[in-house]
Design a binder for this molecule. Structure first.
Ligand SMILES: NC(=O)c1ccc[n+]([C@@H]2O[C@H](COP(=O)([O-])OP(=O)(O)OC[C@H]3O[C@@H](n4cnc5c(N)ncnc54)[C@H](OP(=O)(O)O)[C@@H]3O)[C@@H](O)[C@H]2O)c1
Length: 334
């Protein structure tokens, strides 16, 4: 095989506040020849995710920070173009964590084989991938069940749009908050949400008080901040919170002040559980069976916003913080 040149996105400086294009560069590297036991993969789609913002800082967290001057990493779906490993052949489709680059060489244990029959293959980054698994694991974490009234923030995003659909399939009444009229329409018309609110038009607490005066049983938190505070007010006695994300604070230079009404945890005997999706990897087969079946039966929509070209990856990532996506934001590599 002739030399392969691969473009990749590297972090060159750590963002202060909102990331900008100047924090990144696009570099070209030459791949080494393939050795025995290795697989050469061309990425077809890569994921950009809000959690990556945390890894761009130098802070200690549950995943190490991205290194400066090295390619970023993240979820990707690719196609095997050459293999010297026995279980992989040309044309196989694999999921990996080698995103933000066009080509890579890996050993089999870093690759997860998936079926080509699922289309588009980018669904493996959305409803059928880590995103869908986050939504599914979150609902399981606080045992969301038939009859629950659940409120979901970041509802029209990747995790939120799947969480709402899965909660509907469980028989819940589902209420969502999102940041535009188009997203509200999407939630009600395509995801089956019973009610969707645009949190940018007036304070979310006022809207919720009016829309659900009897309160909610569960809050699926993707954003934190003011919306978490509103949910603490709305939750009923023994209510549950899935602490999944806090995007409203990801670009703050110092930690956000906590909710002023946290005392509700005590008076209402609430339960709040933190979620890290990678803790649930041993349940991946169960997730794939259950959620994969909904998808194949046409009961679960994998909505996505697709941008094309690795050179668009940085703006797609930054766009997450401006609400540029409906459903999963994915980058299709040419
Ligand atoms: N715990 C885990 O294991 C895990 C795994 C995956 C994701 N997450 C978290 O789950 C959340 C959703 O992730 P995702 O991948 O599904 O992303 P996403 O919702 O597809 O994309 C981000 C969305 O967040 C909203 N947003 C941006 N800035 C905001 C702000 N200041 N206040 C309120 N909303 C804001 C935007 O929608 P609007 O237009 O509606 O504002 C945007 O479209 C994130 O917090 C992420 O970190 C956690």
């Amino acid at each position: 095989m002739t030399d392969i040149m691969s473009r990749e996105i590297q972090l060159v400086s750590r963002p202060n506040g909102m990331p900008t294009a100047a924090n990144f560069t696009i570099a070209t590297t030459k791949l080494e020849p393939l050795l025995e036991g290795q697989v050469l993969v061309r990425n077809l789609y890569m994921s950009v995710d809000p959690y990556m913002r945390g890894r761009m800082s130098d802070r200690k967290s549950y995943v190490p920070p991205f290194a400066l001057g090295k390619p970023l990493d993240g979820g990707a779906v690719g196609e095997v173009i050459d293999s010297r490993a026995k279980d992989f052949k040309q044309g196989d489709v694999v999921i990996s964590s080698f995103g933000w680059r066009e080509y890579f060489i890996a050993v089999p244990k870093a690759l997860h084989l998936v079926s080509r029959e699922i289309q588009p293959l980018s669904a493996y980054l959305g409803a059928l991938g880590m995103t869908g698994m986050t939504a599914w694991a979150g609902l399981n974490l606080v045992e969301v069940k038939d009859g629950d009234v659940i409120f979901i923030s970041g509802a029209a995003g990747a995790v939120g749009s799947v969480a709402g659909q899965l909660a509907k399939l469980r028989g819940c009444r589902v209420i969502g908050a999102a940041g535009s009229a188009e997203k509200v329409k999407f939630l009600q018309e395509e995801c089956g949400y019973d009610l969707a609110l645009n949190y940018k038009t007036s304070p979310i607490l006022e809207q919720l008080n009016q829309a659900v005066p009897d309160g909610i049983d569960v809050y699926f938190d993707n954003v934190g901040g003011e919306t978490l505070e509103a949910a603490l007010s709305l939750l009923r006695i023994h209510g549950r919170i899935i602490a999944c994300g806090g995007i409203s604070g990801y670009n703050e230079e110092s930690p956000q002040v906590g909710p002023s009404n946290l005392f509700n945890m005590i008076t209402k005997r609430l339960t709040m559980k933190g979620l890290i999706v990678s803790d649930f990897l041993d349940l991946q087969n169960k997730f794939e069976q259950e959620v994969g079946r909904y998808f194949r039966d046409g009961k679960l929509k994998n909505k996505e916003t697709v941008v094309v070209g690795i050179e668009q990856a940085v703006s797609a990532f930054i766009g997450l913080f401006a609400g540029k996506n409906i459903g999963k934001m994915v980058v299709k590599l040419d």
